[in-house]
Write a protein that binds this ligand. Sequence first.
Ligand code: C2E
Ligand code: CA
Ligand code: CA
Length: 554
Amino acid sequence: MTDHQPDNPLQNADRDLVALGIASAAVIMLIGTGGSVLPQTMQALFGHGSKPDVLLVNALLLNIALIIFGWRHYRELTREIAVRKQAEARAQLLAATDPLTQCLNRRAMLDATEELRARAAVRGDAVAYCMIDLDNFKQINDMHGHSAGDAVLVMLCERIRSLLPREAKLARLGGDEFAFVMSFPAGHTDRVDDLVIRLFEDMAQPFRMPELTVEMAMSIGLTADHDADGTIGEVVDAATLMHCADIALYHAKKQGRNRYFWFETNMENERRFRNQLETGIRQGLARGEFVPFYEQQVDLETGALVGFEMLARWRSPQLGLISPEIFVPIAEEIGLISELSERLMEQAFADASEWEDSLTLSINISPVQLRDPWFAQRLLKKLVAAGFPPRRLEIEITESCLHEDIGLVRSMIMSLRNQGVQISLDDFGTGYSSFEQLRNLPFDRIKIDRSFVSELKEPGNRSRIVEAIISLGRGLDLPLTAEGVEDEDILNALKSMGRLKAQGYFDGHPEDADSVRTRLREAGKLNGAQAPAALAGQQGNGDDSPTLHRIARP
Ligand code: C2E
Ligand code: CA
Ligand code: CA
């Protein structure tokens, strides 16, 4: 950095060598004048000769003074230059390395990669760039503190270094992101595979510290400047290598972490698509493209419509109607899920306010939202603002929320329940909630995941899991909702199992607010609306076939 500064003090010091030049000139002049003036002066001093020329004597004395001055100045200068050069070397080292691990930093890694490539090219070798990301480092930091986290990073770097070839360079690119470059004989990517596999084996060993032992998992993305067959690839520079390894790393993380992938071109397309989705979500949120859809929930025994589950949809002008299974995980990752969900809630509270008072509204809450200690307060505030009674609201949280800070989840559930909001445990059976958690957390309802309910389609219409969940619900005195009721067979099988709520495509696919409003109006189930005579008549007949009370579909 200092090299580019116009007023580099070292350069100034170098320029001051002029002083040494002056002193040298003085020496030459001393020799020139001194040769005649000195003997004359000496002779005059001893009374043997004529007086020397005063001007020449003065010049001689001036020369001597200049030489002393020049020499001292030069000595000081060389000392200062040495000190400054040392300082600069130290500054350069600090600027190029991570102080904790002594690894290179991101900027220095680019230069180091280029240098290694140049050296490898002379030998005809290839260079591999490896990007490493720790999968659970944040947890270690959060649970054991930053000093434990730092100690783990230092040990980790030692382990990596011990496996790397001598010429390889290791860098710390960010908090828990590392990279190394190494050369290998072109066409032998297996050498890199071997090293990476050894790295995974090594990493599987716990990190032992005096007070604690931690386990670490990592994901790795790899790329090389030569193709697998040894031909020179299209890679043009270190930055491209870094970019490709990053994409491969991203892919490895998406595939479930703790694994490694070599870069492939199609990964880049995936990443591009993903970036498009991210941009689309950001813009879509600002443009109000996210809308609530609603799925009917019915009482299986009476067939009565009891409420709706709100399911988010993205009406993207470019991509069409997009499922939450696509955009919710991305919104969670890019930190937009709370904003997205809260906008949808506001819309849903407004929609549901028009529905008959007995109809409930269920909304899905992401585990990310539950990490926010103010979530319950904000939700209750929104209910008040919308004038929507809390007793009509049901919050659905998935089992994965129970892996979060359980104390926080518990207090959030308690404050919502105190206001009358119901809490259900969604997708039950797909996660790992323990019986203990079910007993200790005050849920109001369990939702049986549709993957189990669909087993009722099989011949015999039995599912041991569904039966087990139903008896568990009974044992805990918790009402149940069965999801994914797709046909009459499933419906009848469930009916024989006791009193349940049910929802699924048998009652129709989720619909937007306008369609729901139209149906409810026809059924007389809008606030203040009159029930059509036909429907009222049928109800009066006491016929409880499900089609009577459900909102009829075309
Ligand atoms: P979920 O809560 O389990 O929602 C039920 C999903 O099953 C919905 O998919 C629904 O359309 C679908 N489904 C309903 N009946 C049937 C059926 O009979 N057969 C089959 N095969 N599928 C049926 P969707 O709308 O794509 O939602 C997927 C998931 O996205 C939801 O699963 C929920 O976990 C999440 N989600 C939806 N909206 C939101 C939201 O606003 N916020 C959050 N955080 N998550 C949401
Ligand atoms: Ca749900
Ligand atoms: Ca579900």
